[in-house]
Design a protein around this ligand. Structure first.
Ligand code: 2BA
Length: 107
């Protein structure tokens, strides 16, 4: 069994959650915050049989969109001066970690 952690844009959270549950996967949703942008994102935890991991990843991928995001530029130009020109980064669709589960029990 594996534990799939997927960090996705909160705008895609409902679509991912619905698609996973519709396909019979149990999902736990966590409200999380990215360390770089310091804005909210959503992390899903899914416990899944080894042979269904690819199916989970395929569903997450199909529902998570890549987006361009503007970030304020804090690059120092000279002493006490900073560039005001924002730069653009690509965020998403999903950051996925797959971990082994040593033991799984429902008590
Ligand atoms: P954030 O840390 O807020 O990062 C948001 C986006 O900012 C990232 O998108 C990436 O495009 C950019 N970014 C992050 N760190 C950067 C840096 N040091 N320099 C320049 N740009 C940077 P994604 O890669 O799609 O990541 C989305 C969110 O997934 C992240 O939000 C973070 O919450 C999580 N994440 C991504 N990689 C991770 C990792 N290796 N470990 C833990 N969480 C991760």
């Amino acid at each position: 069994m594996k534990l799939v952690f997927s960090i996705i844009n909160s705008d895609d959270a409902n679509a991912v959650s619905d698609a996973l549950t519709d396909n019979g996967f149990s999902v736990t949703k966590l409200s999380t915050t990215g360390g770089f942008l310091k804005v909210g994102n959503t992390t899903f935890i899914t416990g899944v049989a080894d042979d269904r991991v690819d199916e989970v990843i395929k569903i997450i991928k199909s529902k998570s969109n890549k987006r361009k995001q503007s970030v304020p530029n804090a690059t120092p130009l000279e002493a006490e001066m900073y560039s005001a020109v924002p730069f653009e980064i690509t965020v998403g669709g999903a950051t996925v970690f797959v971990l082994n589960i040593d033991r799984f029990e429902k008590l």
